[in-house]
Design a protein around this ligand. Structure first.
Ligand code: ADP
Ligand code: MG
Length: 938
């Protein structure tokens, strides 16, 4: 059906719906079943088996497949050539064991990836767009995908249009539908039927899915949803968003690659060295020594490939995203988790984010007199007391109050308990309450009465660039345009003022208005001037906002209190301690801004610089760059200014988080490193453009998200430290065996590896990776918010990480090797010697994990504060001992039971390096900080 060519009534009938009641819930359910959800079809997600197969392409898996191949070849050789069937079976078991471990590890990895994917999906479900729709006589907000044909929807500036609509009512409604038409200017919409051959771009009575409402508001009826919309017709299949790698994931992948190359070189050199040595010493290579050499090579390969890192990393980031969401900070991508931790500037809107948005008029100026307003909250009770104590006369402010409530779309309603609740723009609500205190109410004014007849003609809503709102009314046959807005914006547009019912030239009262306005602003009040102007019918119907908003007659000025949120002060302090700069950005007057900034601790003196929108206009980029790092308050700015501020901060290599609420803020949110939107009061467009959505609209949530971001990053460093250290230890213990053992010692020969390949595999996949995952769940090391933000350009290995990894890994590797040599020289069997080395390694790591957990030392954190870690370590320790005791594992892993004393000894001795190194560091660290303190004191 060509919806645009029919009258609204026909369409409503056709869709069996009502403009007054909307659809019934039952009808809606039935239509949802019939037409399906209002969504574009998505590409199928990769099936599970494909994801599983993919994990087999990992280099480690390939190495293991080679190992399996070799084990089977060796079994075949033993069976058919040497006839040693016992040895052959051992090789077969070994192959089976490798397969088992690979399956278990792939399963674990797969499970982790799936869980991570699921929690990400759950998070993205929380980001659904919402729409206001009429059902069963009630306006409610529903998720956009529940929309069905026939639904009556209401949209306003900042909304997305979900589904195709035919407009039923529009008020200054302008829509950007560039995604369909390529036309970047907003299109004015109306409700007039059009000829059948009208092109899509000219269908001014229709709204199309995916468009943005940039101005005004409207009511429409849904005619198509999902794939039946114009957007659905052209979009085809929506591509699943690619899982973008975060910067840290990229650098870890880069690091893995480098390590892989190093591993390949080490393996090649080892094999070459062994082969040459054999050839020189024996003249040929026996099958036995070939077996030994390849076993060592495989063990080194397994030891050196950092296979767990990418999985643990994405898991840790997902844990972070979940953690943030549970604290009301919803991030859109994993990279935001990381960026939040390195944020250096947070630029926040004032109104509603730093303040409560519970506005109340406390003072006003009318007829040349200043009044103080009594009363509490939204309850419309309270007297107006003149500043000079003389009795107040309601005639003096009658017109001022009428205009304040007529140029207004907000309401207050008593809920059941005679408790008044606000609806609409908080600034406007405060004016409604003010009017009601003197019994001036919009609906009463608009009622048809014989003597006085007022009708609303047009509404030009408030926008933060104009900083004004205008309503055109028809009053007893005459037309008036009522304008209210920021006093300094209104001032040059004003021609006269109403004094005692008569217009007087503005010059005679301007000084008083200015003085009063500054006094209000100094008291942290938000100020608004109220004006009117008589206009002709032609202008009333068609004039633009610029044509209407001039030659105004001043009626009065209000001062609105908007108390700061109590908890913000503590958050500002915490962020400042964490070297994150908090900046206030507001459309309010510079004085108001400064007063609130001071109350919140964003600035600490009255001399702090405030940059206004006008200052910004006059500054060039260089001038702004010179002051941007030290400026904490920007006032009377428009959304366009925000982008400049971000750009200059970024030019100083700062990582900027920026909040925004209106549709015009979307570009700034995109430009910021972290765009932040309000979940409750934010528009759908800003939420869509944001990286972080504050589900509770609270500034404190930003601070918590920064803290989570830092915690996550610290946890990532901890597990990297652990993984890398153990990798170094494993490789080193094997290499020392290859290069330092040149002749037989006791039962071991020069080709016996320090550890069997399966021992290394066990260490990597069980005793090493489980505690690593657990590190991802760690709480913040108490002082993450005392530190400076991370330098994003620095490598993960910077700040002594590499040194620490090499040193500790080196000591651990040497210890494992020494244990092996010692056991051999004591006459232990090969299996026993390797088992001693194996357990020394396992326990060395399990002790070390507690050291890796802290940027400082083992002694700086409560070892039992992470119960997952305790569990993982407990499990790794027990199971590692069990595999030395159970005959099956003795067979496949090459382990052997030891004596009780031996177990105890290994557990204790393997603790020594960690405790000694950590202890020395703690001691020296204390000295160092002391000497720093001394130099600073000097
Ligand atoms: P912010 O969101 O930082 O408080 P706004 O853009 O909302 O800034 O407001 C800027 C100025 O515009 C206010 O100081 C006030 O003077 C004026 N103003 C705000 N809301 C309205 C409104 N609903 N009608 C008229 N003027 C308004
Ligand atoms: Mg605002």
């Amino acid at each position: 059906m060509k919806w645009y060519s029919h009258e609204a009534e026909t369409i409503l009938q056709e869709l069996d719906t009502s403009r007054i009641h909307g659809l019934s819930e039952a009808q809606a359910q039935q239509r949802l079943a019939e037409f399906g959800p209002n969504e574009l079809a998505k590409e199928e997600r990769e099936p599970a088996w494909k994801m599983l197969l993919k994990s087999f392409k990992e280099p480690l898996i390939i190495i293991l497949l080679i190992a399996i191949g070799l084990a089977l070849a060796s079994a075949a050789y033993d069976f058919f050539v040497s006839g040693d069937s016992g040895h052959a079976m051992a090789s077969v078991y070994e192959a089976i064991a490798i397969v088992l471990i690979v399956i278990i590890n792939s399963g674990l990895t797969f499970h982790q990836t799936r869980t991570a994917q699921k929690s990400l999906d759950a998070l993205s479900d929380m980001r659904q767009h919402y729409m206001k729709i009429l059902r069963d006589n009630n306006w409610t907000s529903v998720a956009a995908n529940h929309l069905v044909p026939g639904d009556i929807v209401s949209v306003k500036s900042g909304d997305f249009i979900e589904g195709d609509l035919r407009w039923l009512k529009t008020s200054e409604l302008q829509i950007n539908e560039s995604h369909l038409t390529g036309e970047s200017d907003a299109i004015q919409k109306n409700t007039v039927s059009l000829p059948e051959d009208t092109e899509l771009a000219d269908r001014t009575n229709m709204g199309y899915s995916g468009s943005m409402v940039v101005n005004g508001n409207g009511i429409g009826v849904v005619v198509a949803t999902g794939m039946a919309t114009e957007l659905g017709k052209i979009s085809g299949l929506m591509q699943q968003v690619d899982d973008q790698k975060t910067p840290i994931e990229k650098s870890v992948h880069g690091l893995s690659k480098k390590l892989m190359i190093i591993a390949a070189v080490i393996i090649a050199v080892t094999i070459g060295y062994d082969l040459v040595k054999q050839l020189i010493q024996v003249g040929s290579i026996s099958m036995d020594s070939f077996g030994g050499i390849s076993a060592t090579a495989i063990a080194i390969a397994v030891a050196s490939i950092p296979d767990a890192m990418p999985v643990v990393l994405s898991t840790v980031l997902t844990i972070g995203a979940k953690m943030m969401a549970s604290q009301k900070g919803l991030v859109k991508s994993l990279s935001s988790v990381e960026t939040l931790g390195s944020t250096t500037y947070i630029a926040s809107d004032k109104t509603g984010t730093l303040t409560k948005n519970e506005m109340a008029v406390t003072r006003f100026l009318a007829n040349g007199q200043v009044y103080n307003v009594e009363g509490n909250g939204y309850t419309p009770i309270g007297d107006f007391i003149r500043d000079d104590g003389t009795p107040s006369d309601s005639k003096d402010y009658q017109r001022f109050l009428e205009v304040a409530v007529l140029n207004n779309e907000a309401e207050i309603k008593p809920d059941t308990k005679q408790n008044w609740r606000p609806f609409g723009n908080p600034t406007d609500v405060s004016l409604v309450v003010l009017g009601a205190k003197d019994n001036v109410k919009r609906d009463v004014l608009l009622e048809d009465k014989g003597d006085r007849d007022i009708d609303i003609v047009r509404i030009l809503p408030f926008d933060s660039t104009r900083k004004m709102m205008t309503v055109v009314i028809k009053e007893n046959g005459r037309y008036y345009s009522l304008t209210k807005g920021a006093p300094d914006v209104i001032k040059p547009l004003t021609k006269s003022a109403l004094i005692d019912g008569q217009p007087v030239p503005i010059a005679s009262v301007a000084a008083n208005i200015e003085k009063t306005m500054l006094a209000f602003a100094k008291d942290a009040l938000r100020t608004i001037s109220i004006t009117q102007r008589e206009i002709c019918k032609e202008d009333a119907l068609n004039a633009s906002s610029a044509e209407l908003e001039r030659e105004l007659t001043f009626l009065g000025l209000v001062g609105i209190i908007d108390p700061p949120r109590e908890e913000v002060k503590a958050s500002v302090r915490k962020l400042t301690q964490a070297s994150v700069n908090v900046v206030m950005i507001t459309g309010d007057h510079a004085m108001t801004a400064k007063a609130i900034a001071k109350q919140l601790g964003i600035i600490d003196s009255d001399d702090a610089r405030v940059i206004t929108g006008r200052d910004l206009e006059e500054m060039d980029d260089q001038q702004l760059a010179d002051v941007v790092l030290d400026t904490r308050v920007y006032a009377r700015v428009t959304p366009e200014h925000k982008q400049r501020i971000i750009k200059q901060l970024q030019a100083h290599e700062q990582v900027v988080g920026m909040t925004g609420d209106g549709i015009n803020d979307a570009p700034a949110l995109k430009a910021a490193d972290i765009g932040i939107a309000m979940g409750i009061n934010g528009t759908e467009v800003t939420k869509d453009a944001a990286d972080l959505i504050l589900l509770d609209d609270k500034f404190t949530t930003i601070e918590k998200s920064v803290e989570s971001g830092r915690t996550i990053f610290a946890n990532i460093l901890n597990f990297m430290r652990h993984e890398l250290t153990t990798n170094v230890a494993e490789v080193l213990s094997l290499l020392l065996g290859v290069f330092l053992i040149t002749s037989s010692i006791g039962n071991i020969t020069e080709v016996t590896p320090t550890l069997t390949a399966l021992m290394v595999l066990w260490v990597n996949m069980i005793s090493d990776s489980l505690p690593s995952f657990a590190l991802g769940y760690d709480e913040a090391e108490s002082d993450v918010m005392q530190q400076r933000p991370r330098d994003t350009k620095q490598s993960i290995l910077a700040n002594g990480m590499l040194r620490r990894v090499l040193f500790r890994g080196g000591v651990m590797g040497a210890m494992v090797f020494l244990a092996f040599i010692w056991a051999a020289s004591q006459g232990y069997t090969v299996a026993q010697s390797q088992t001693i080395a194996f357990l020394t390694l396992v326990f060395g790591q399990l002790w070390h994990v507690y050291d890796a957990r802290s940027v400082n030392t083992l002694f700086d954190r409560n070892p039992f504060s992470n119960s997952r870690l305790t569990l993982a370590v407990g499990f790794a320790a027990t199971s590692s001992i069990l595999v030395t005791l159970m005959p099956f594992f003795n067979n496949v892993m090459g382990t052997a039971p030891l004596t009780m004393t031996m177990y105890v000894l290994i557990i204790l001795i393997s603790a020594v390096p960690t405790f000694v190194i950590s202890g020395i560091k703690k001691f020296m660290g204390r000295n160092r900080t002391e000497s720093v303190a001394v130099t600073q004191a000097n």
